[in-house]
Design a protein around this ligand. Structure first.
Ligand code: HEC
Length: 197
């Protein structure tokens, strides 16, 4: 893999161009070109992803856990009568948006993954996961060259905000780590934005 990294050089990269469509303005004002930095774009995507995940965890998973007789959340959702886990939900949505032509991508990663595909897959991912595990309040930004294309890569800490995060991961036989506590960084959300469209 052609991989070159410029650590934390993100502040200097060019802006991502976005078309903003005005719903019902006159024809000449129907759309205008504006710019947003890759960092701001990635931060905004992450804010939406994080809010969706938080809502799913709080409004679905925690409520199911209150009554053990109700439907469960499990990795076996395709074959059993249960709901997908947060990680599977995120992956399904990430695939759908790729199929619809999105240039950006996002995924879950961890240094202690239940799903081995979630281990770090580039040097930037590894460095970023190490960094956010030690500095959960600070995001990690890098520039990567993958497959001949340049990307702005942002990594955000994924923290155990609820007891259910900890208990489910610690009990999973495939989890390489079983001593998570509430507040620990369990992994990261990686957001990638291409620098040339
Ligand atoms: C009901 C069980 C369950 C709960 C609750 C849960 N997880 Fe997970 N989590 C999983 C499973 C199972 C996977 C891997 C699923 C897959 O990709 O197929 C996973 C994946 C992850 C990953 C990616 C690395 C890996 O282990 O594969 C991170 C990071 C993560 N979870 C963090 C969290 C956080 C933070 C919370 C709470 C906000 C949470 N999880 C709540 C079961 C759970």
């Amino acid at each position: 893999m052609n991989l070159s990294l410029k650590w934390l050089a993100a502040a200097t990269v060019g802006a991502v161009a976005l078309w903003v469509f005005a719903a019902d303005g006159p024809a000449d004002k129907a759309h205008k070109l504006t710019t947003i930095s890759p960092r701001k774009f990635a931060d905004s995507l992450h804010a939406v992803i994080a809010a969706d995940r938080e809502a799913y965890a709080r409004l679905v998973v925690e409520r199911l856990a209150v009554d053990a007789g109700q439907m469960k959340v499990s990795q076996e959702w395709r074959t059993e009568n249960c709901l997908p886990t947060h990680a599977q939900l995120l992956r399904e949505a990430a695939i759908t948006i790729q199929e619809r032509g999105a240039e950006f991508s996002y995924t879950l990663r961890s240094l202690w993954p239940i799903n081995p595909n979630h281990g770090p897959q580039t040097d930037a991912e590894k460095a970023g996961l190490d960094f956010v595990a030690k500095h959960p309040g600070t995001n990690f930004y890098a520039e990567e060259s993958l497959g001949g294309r340049s990307y702005f890569t942002a990594i955000y800490a994924d923290q155990a905000t609820l007891r259910s995060c900890v208990s489910c991961h610690n009990q999973n036989p495939a989890s390489p780590r079983r001593d998570f506590k509430v507040g620990d960084v369990m992994g990261g959300i990686v957001v990638r934005v291409p620098l040339e469209f």
